[in-house]
Ligand binder design. Structure first.
Ligand code: ADP
Ligand code: MG
Length: 353
């Protein structure tokens, strides 16, 4: 039953989609688009354990290395453990989303993308934190489902489709058919692991010590998963492990394929296994529709070609791959009747049935 209050809220409803990613947190406001895009960092005061700053400002503090502040990346491994920190992040995000509005609409409806495979306790923590942060209604959706909706895949239709969302901490694969998920896989191999591969490679092959931020830049610049039409080179600066002196090393995209092979092989195996478990009729559908890649990691050079080569199905990168989850989460409320069955249930006190 709709109460008069609901009708009034309905008129001035604020619907937001939140992507709590391991690397980046995004907020999509219906009718406005992406209004927040910040790194998933929280600065916590060591003594009190209280969150002080969230997002880009927390990341800035991180580089300055303050001694009474601890920097937490609460979602790094795709799980949210600390309730207070999750709460602080959601408070910050919902308040900031309001700053983008002309009219102050008090209590938004919120759809939050969470990694698939989170525990009941974690789901509950996110759900409660969002309610405490002032949401009127809270819905949870698994990230690959949100990514697929954001990428425009026909998830409510009979015909099959497939998404591979490669983030910082996790890669999530989902195959859809008959309006639901048929196969899903989640592994903790994604962008961060690639950065670690590069750190290791530089250390063992070039005696060069580099940090993760440098490794990430190298990955974005010359990282590759497949021979490129034009191979690239970059200069990597670090500390020589033997002499202890600052040193610069030239490195190519060809070498980077070797460096990244550990992570990329695992990724390819997981894609293949998911397809192996897929009923043949559905594989035939996927040969038509292709495999959609989303998330920041999907932009690794040559990755789509590599997938295509390995599984013999066309692979392509979604439009604006880093915002798919946030946009997809936001869209759920626009097409609620069709998409509600793809939402995640909460055991007690659920707002959907
Ligand atoms: P999450 O959903 O986990 O927050 P994102 O989808 O925001 O993750 O993707 C972040 C990851 O994408 C990081 O590991 C980052 O290094 C990687 N990334 C971003 N751009 C590129 C690029 N052009 N090439 C390769 N990796 C990239
Ligand atoms: Mg993500």
């Amino acid at each position: 039953m709709l109460s008069p209050l609901d009708l009034i809220f309905g008129l001035f409803s604020l619907d937001i989609g939140i992507d709590l990613g391991t690397a980046n947190t995004l907020v999509y406001v219906r009718g406005k688009g992406i209004v927040i895009n910040e790194p998933s960092f929280v600065a916590v005061e060591k003594r009190s354990g209280r969150p002080q700053e969230v997002g880009a400002r927390a990341k800035e503090m991180w580089s300055k290395n303050p001694k009474d502040i601890m920097i937490v990346r609460p979602l790094r491994d795709g799980v949210i453990s600390d309730f207070e920190i999750t709460q602080a992040m959601l408070d910050h995000l919902i308040r900031k989303a309001h700053e983008h509005l002309w009219v102050q609409i008090p209590r938004p409806r919120v759809v939050i993308g969470i990694p698939s495979g989170v525990t009941e306790v974690e789901k509950r923590a996110v759900y409660d934190a969002a309610l405490n942060a002032g949401a009127r209604q809270v819905f949870l959706i698994e990230e690959p489902v949100a990514a697929a909706i954001g990428a425009g895949l026909p998830v409510t239709e009979t015909r099959g489709s497939m998404v591979v969302d490669i983030g910082g901490g996790t890669t999530e694969i989902a195959i859809f058919s008959l309006g639901g998920i048929v196969i899903s896989r989640s592994i903790r191999v994604a962008g961060d692991e690639m950065d670690e591969d590069i750190v290791q490679y530089m250390r063992t092959k070039h005696n060069l010590l580099i940090g993760e931020p440098t490794a990430e830049r190298v990955k974005i610049d010359v990282g590759s998963a497949h021979p490129l039409p034009q191979e690239r080179t970059a200069t990597v600066k670090g500390r020589n492990l033997i002499t202890g002196l600052p040193t610069a090393v030239e490195i190519s995209s060809i070498e980077m394929r070797d460096a990244l092979s550990g992570s990329i092989d695992i990724l390819m195996d997981t894609v293949k296994q998911a397809l192996d478990d897929t009923p043949p009729e559905l594989v035939a559908d996927l040969m038509e529709s292709g495999i959609c890649l989303a998330g920041g990691g999907s932009q690794l050079k040559g990755l789509a070609d590599r997938v295509q080569d390995e599984v013999n199905i066309r692979a392509y990168i979604a439009e604006d791959p880093m915002t798919c989850v946030a946009r997809g989460s936001g869209r759920v409320l626009e097409d609620y009747n069709n998409l509600r069955r793809l939402l995640v249930g909460i055991e007690r006190g659920s707002t959907w049935h």
